[in-house]
Design a protein around this ligand. Sequence first.
Ligand SMILES: Nc1ncnc2c1ncn2[C@@H]1O[C@H](COP(=O)(O)OP(=O)(O)O)[C@@H](O)[C@H]1O
Ligand SMILES: N[C@@H](CC(=O)OP(=O)(O)O)C(=O)O
Length: 548
Amino acid sequence: MAAASSQFSGVKTPPSHSFPKQTSLHRHSAFPSQLKFALFQSPRRHYVKSIAFKVSCGGGNVDVIQRNKIEESTMVEANNELTCVMKFGGSSVASAERMREVAHLILSFTNENPVIVLSAMGKTTNKLLLAGEKAVSCGVNKVDTIEELSFIKELHHRTADELGLEGLVVDGHLEELQQLLKGIAMLKELTLRTRDYLVSFGECMSTRIFAAYLNKIGVKARQYDAFEIGFITTDDFTNADILEATYAAVAKSLNDDWNSDPAIPIVTGFLGKGWRSCAITTLGRGGSDLTATTIGKALGFREIQVWKDVDGVLTCDPNIYPRAEPVPYLTFDEAAELAYCGAQVLHPQSMRPAREGDIPVRVKNSYNPKAPGTLITRSRDMSKAGLTSIVLKRNVTMLDIVSTRMLGQFGFLAKVFSIFEDLGISVDVVATSEVSISLTLDPLKLWSRELIQQELDHVVEELEKIAIVNLLQHRSIISLIGNVKRSSLILEKAFHVLRINGVNVQMISQGASKVNISLVVNDNEAEQCVRALHAAFFESELPCGSAN
Ligand SMILES: Nc1ncnc2c1ncn2[C@@H]1O[C@H](COP(=O)(O)OP(=O)(O)O)[C@@H](O)[C@H]1O
Ligand SMILES: N[C@@H](CC(=O)OP(=O)(O)O)C(=O)O
């Protein structure tokens, strides 16, 4: 609370991290012009006053204070249209305390009528998946004893309780979750479709609790399950793609409700509805970012905010190197490449709607709202840009494939790739010569399967019909994201660092996107490499390491 409290003391002044002033509310407004509201029951400047009171009196009964304020209010608002989307990840809403802070943060944006997208609380998604896996083998009678189920129940009950809500708000879902786990135990299988249904409980519960809390403190809010308001996806369970029809459907659902009865929409991140199956789908891990950018594009907002537990996109994963620094500006291409390369901070597909709608994305820290964060836009001043960020993807499998046929024969690459296509395995980084090809296999694809070793053996067996194959496991990809117009300079410096650290690079690739150079090294050298590269590029005075 300390970080957020000071901003609430200046009640009418927009906080320093507020959106830039706008000249028109919507660039491509989805709202009919006649639908400007004269009366709106959510005069949030008053709530901010209440919060300031809470801060100064050390956390008195803020809920009662706020409700009184709202009853007093008859304020008229001129610009009552939905204006922006703010997504809060699991770490931002991990507890009752965090939910209070996020509520206060949202209310501090006094000029905004936001759509809120929430992820599941804390690590709920992981716990749900673990509970599902345990249910497969534990037997129906033991489901009640699954530790993760008890944890999830306790967390959501406690949170509702601490926020002063009735348990009822999640009781139905917790009961249904337990029944589902019993069903899984009975069938002794967890299909991808059931897995998506299972993890959907996380977002369904966090949004219900948060919406109920806002309503309790007098801020009118309405909970939405994304799969009920037009998030139409492919039927690729656990990794579904959003279909085009989503944009119009979501805009209509949210606008219609807002126009007839304004209430802050609280939308489940991560979830959709398969267009054929009509079952709940998920957008891949971290998919709430994509939910937010989809809503941003659907409603033609001028900015999309994703709130995390870090000061923006950083120069590398802070878990690998705590001295990572925020990157102030990125292009959509750089951010997408960073996410594709494995940086957990953004969902790989999340930049697509933002890029298509040309809507800036701001990555902010809900634990430190005053930090400027990272602004992601179509273009930026690259004149001083060198390396922007370093991304590490561990536990990668690499294949060296050398043709047994004569030099100059055609069709070799096509044959190799058709084998991967037939086996449904995606390839990540590739480097080729006329008679050989080195490539890495997308670890995500392999992790999501069970028969990893058998699958690899099968790939090798097929490839050995046309080539000599060398399978190399326990490799890492280090991706250097930045201004590849300076690639020679970046490579010179990178190889100098790697040489003095005694690291041998086993493969190198520069993609057509021109914002990424990938290096493959041994897993056991990778973290040390990232730290050394970070020190050289971002902590020294030499050129080519600017994070801007
Ligand atoms: N380059 C990076 N910049 C920022 N965070 C990163 C980066 N690489 C990995 N991370 C990790 O990503 C986390 C934020 O992403 P995520 O957990 O998906 O957030 P949320 O759940 O809040 O949406 C950070 O806590 C950090 O550990
Ligand atoms: N809860 C989902 C979706 C998501 O986006 O989560 P987060 O915003 O906490 O990364 C997951 O854990 O994958």
